[in-house]
Structures are given as structure tokens and as C-alpha cells.
Design a protein around this ligand. Structure first.
Ligand code: UGA
Length: 438
């Protein structure tokens, strides 16, 4: 099938590459000429496991190409995916102006049937708005349909999530559109939930909000564990065996970040409000998450009541392992607070340092290290923020020789308190009794 993907940001590029991999003839389009040039050469400006290999393979096989012309993209695809950004406006509402602009262009330029698919995360009833726009601008009077096909990809495992999806949700208004989707996803052995576009839009926001709620819930219980000497990992294990609850997304920590959960929780809360409903549950989900960083820093304050001129090491800056994405990453907030209080930071992340440097350029008070050991030199506290695999196998006997004071604040429960006690560290985990004396 001929497919166009408008907007090759994160979601767009994964969609384009994966559909090409399924054998479709895919054209990716973006306004950003640099991005188009780079993708055309097989170079991905974003890091994602397996992406560049799949990109190069499909360019070579001729199933994938790129353009910066929206007219060319509209004429190419029978199915056109809209994957442009829906950033948050002040107050949490999604900015849909990019989606609307693409819809207008499709209506003005389409000369034959097109199935227009919203892939970007959008509020319920957006497909109805797109339909209105399309009717208004449908110059050539052709048959145009709108469908919702939300994505459930996680950064770091996006390609795998595409091909081994827990489910594929298609919100359609006709059998013709449903059949097109069935053909499009032929080769993927996942359940397909067929519904109307409004329902599909809600499924996306409800899924992300629910997962974020699970994380904030377990973090709330972690606070109780800290106050009572209980162990959050055991609480999560005890809860997770119940199939109705499930084991995943019960890892307590410094909170969720990324381009999806924070934005979607706020947007869904806003949608509830606009529909005259009390979605304040989600306000609390957001509030609990925002409080995580202060709570993490308060543990550092227990060990060091003054931060000025202290050397602190940060391990992990990306919002989660497996990505160089730093959007809404807790590490950025931690850096801001510590730098404002006059601390000297030595930071390390295997993938995200170049992105962080754009926000916090190196200074004499901020050093970007070569590896975790380099970051730990002369350190007065190590702060573990992102649970990259390489931090799991740290040689603490080596670390102890290079640091000034043995303090470790673990924002992801990566280490066991027993081991840290043996290593002689003052150690603050999440939702577990700390080791406060050595
Ligand atoms: C999330 C969803 O998992 C995807 O299904 C969805 O498609 C995507 O958003 C999106 O809307 O585009 P992603 O943001 O890539 O994917 O990352 P996750 O793996 O879900 O992690 C989100 C955040 O939650 C991370 O900061 C992670 O550290 C945190 N987290 C996750 C926890 O703090 N505890 C957990 O138990 C799980």
C-alpha cells in the first residue's frame, strides 16, 4: 500500500520505518529540511534501538523515502498518517494547530480518496474537528475519511513495541477504512480493537493516564514505607502477583518524565474539566509526580545540610534508560536546584549528555564526565537518577577510593541496601529504610 507519514518526529519516523518494514511503500514528510536530508541519507537525528539499521535497509530496498513537500506527500499515500506535534499550551490543553494545518492542506490538495489517520495523541473529538475542516476545504470534492490509530510505543523499545503490540486500536467510521487498516497491519499478530474515532482517542489518553497513575500510586505508598520502615519493593511484589493489578509500572522512584505521561495526564485532566467532570484524581497524579524531585533532594539534605561548593555526581540524565530523550527528565530539575544552590556538578549519561549540554552548557561548576567513575571523582554524594544497565555493575571499591564522602542517593532503587551497607555507604533508596550511619 502507498502510505504517507506527515511529521517525522519520534512517532512519525517509527511509524514510517515500521510500515516500510511490513512491505508498504512509505513516504515520510517533514517541514524541517535538515531532518528530511538526514533521514534520506539514513542518519537518524534521534537515538532509538535498531532505528538506523531499519531506516537504511528500507531506503536501500526502495520502500522508504522522504520529502519536504506536503503536496507530494498528499498525492503519494492512500493512507496519510498525521504525526505532527501536539505540544502543551499553558494550562495543559494540547495545541492542535499543527494537526489542523495538515488537515487543511490534505483537503485542499487531495485529488482522490484518502484515509487520514491521526496518530498524534489528541483530545477526544479531534477527529470530528478534522472532519469539519476537511469538509470546509475539500476543493476537489473527493471522498476523504478520518480515523484514529493511537500509538503505544515506548521510547527505547519502539520498534519492538510496533511489531509485538499488545493491541492495535483503530477508530474508524466505515468498513472500508477498517479493511485498509487490516491490510496495513497484515503481518502483525496482535489483537485489533475496532471502534469509533472518539473511543480510540479516549483509549490513548486513558491508557497513558492510567499508567502514570500506577506510578504515582506506588510513589505515594513509597512515602508511607519511608515513614514506617516498610519496603516498597516487597509491597509492589505482594500487590503485583494479583493479576488484576499486575507487576509492571509499580517501580517507585524519582517520578515519570518524557514527552508523554506528564503532558497526557495534564491534557486528560483538562478534557475532563471541559466536559464538566471532576478529573482531579489526575491532578493528584501530577502533583505526586512533581513532588518526587524535592523529596529526592531532601534526602541529600539529610546528609549535607549545605550544598554550596559541594561536589555532587549525577549518574543518568535521560528521562529513562535506552534513550537520549531529556524531555521532562527529573535530572534537569535536580541539576537546576543544585546549581542554584551553588553546588558543583559532575554528571554522566551514556546517551543524553549532548542534549543536556544545550540547556546547561559546561561551566567550571558543571563538568560532563567520560564515565561513571570520572563523574564520581572527589564526589561528596552520588545521585543515581536514571537506571542505565552500566550503573548496575559499578565497582564500589574503586569508587570509594575516589570520592570524598560515601553518600549515595538512589532515585531508582538500583542497589540493595544490604550491599550498600557492606560497601560502607550512607544510602537513601526510595520507599525503604535508609542507611544513615556508617
Ligand atoms: C509511554 C507509554 O509507555 C507508551 O505506551 C506510549 O505510547 C508513550 O508513552 C507515548 O504516549 O508516546 P515512554 O514515555 O516512552 O512511553 O516511556 P515509559 O517506558 O512508559 O516510561 C515513562 C516514565 O515512567 C519514565 O520516566 C519511567 O522512568 C517512568 N516509570 C515507568 C517509573 O517511574 N516507574 C515504572 O514502574 C515505570
Amino acid at each position: 500500500m502507498k502510505v504517507s507519514v506527515i511529521g517525522v518526529g519520534y512517532v512519525g519516523i517509527i511509524t514510517a520505518v515500521s510500515l516500510a518494514e511490513l512491505g508498504h511503500n512509505v513516504l515520510g514528510m517533514d517541514d524541517n529540511k535538515e531532518k528530511v536530508k538526514s533521514f534520506s541519507k539514513g542518519i537518524s537525528p534521534i537515538y532509538e534501538e535498531g532505528l538506523e539499521e531499519a531506516l537504511n535497509k528500507n531506503i536501500k530496498e526502495g520502500t522508504l523515502s522522504f520529502t519536504d513537500s506536503i503536496e507530494v506527500a498528499i498525492s503519494h499515500g492512500e493512507v496519510i498518517f498525521i504525526c505532527v506535534g501536539t505540544p502543551s499550551l499553558p494550562g495543559g490543553k494540547a495545541d492542535l494547530s499543527f494537526v489542523e494545518r495538515v488537515a487543511r492542506e490534505i483537503a485542499k490538495n487531495a485529488k482522490e480518496y484518502k484515509l487520514i489517520v491521526e496518530k498524534s495523541t489528541v483530545p477526544v473529538k479531534t477527529s470530528e474537528q478534522i472532519l469539519k475542516t476537511i469538509k470546509l476545504y475539500n476543493k476537489h470534492g473527493v471522498e476523504l475519511e478520518v480515523a484514529s490509530n493511537p500509538e503505544f510505543l515506548r521510547e527505547g523499545t519502539a520498534l519492538q513495541d510496533f511489531f509485538e503490540a499488545d493491541r492495535i486500536v483503530i477508530g474508524v467510521s466505515s468498513k472500508k477504512a477498517e479493511n485498509l487498516f487490516r491490510e496495513l497491519y497484515k503481518g502483525i499478530d496482535s489483537p485489533i480493537v475496532v471502534t469509533d474515532p472518539n473511543t480510540a482517542e479516549i483509549i490513548k489518553h486513558a491508557s497513558n493516564s492510567f499508567l502514570a497513575m500506577k506510578i504515582s500510586f506506588i510513589n505515594m505508598v513509597a512515602d508511607l514505607c519511608e515513614n514506617t520502615g516498610a519496603d516498597i519493593n516487597k509491597v509492589a511484589e505482594g500487590m503485583g502477583f494479583d493479576k488484576r493489578i499486575g507487576k509492571s509500572f509499580l517501580n517507585a522512584g524519582i517520578g515519570y518524565g518524557g514527552s508523554c505521561f506528564p503532558k497526557d495526564v495534564r491534557a486528560f485532566n483538562q478534557i475532563g474539566k471541559e466536559n464538566g467532570l471532576d478529573f482531579s484524581l489526575l491532578k493528584d497524579v501530577d502533583k505526586i509526580n512533581i513532588e518526587r524531585v524535592e523529596r529526592f533532594i531532601s534526602k541529600l539534605r539529610k546528609a549535607h545540610w549545605v550544598f554550596k561548593d559541594k561536589v555532587f555526581s549525577l549518574w543518568g540524565l535521560a528521562f529513562k534508560p535506552g534513550t537520549d530523550d531529556i524531555r521532562e527528565a527529573p535530572a534537569l530539575k535536580v541539576m537546576e536546584i543544585l546549581l542554584n544552590e551553588g553546588a558543583i556538578l559532575r554528571v554522566y549519561d551514556p546517551k543524553a549528555m549532548e542534549n543536556v549540554k544545550k540547556i546547561f552548557p559546561p561551566t567550571e561548576k558543571l563538568y560532563y564526565a567520560q564515565d561513571p567513575y570520572d563523574a564520581a571523582k572527589d564526589s561528596e554524594a552520588i545521585l543515581l537518577i536514571t537506571e542505565w544497565d552500566e550503573f548496575k555493575s559499578i565497582d564500589f571499591s574503586k569508587i570509594k577510593d575516589m570520592i570524598l564522602t560515601n553518600v549515595l542517593i538512589d532515585g531508582r532503587n538500583l542497589y540493595s541496601p544490604k550491599k550498600m551497607k557492606e560497601e560502607g555507604f550512607i544510602y537513601y533508596p526510595v520507599g525503604k529504610p535508609p542507611i544513615e550511619e556508617i
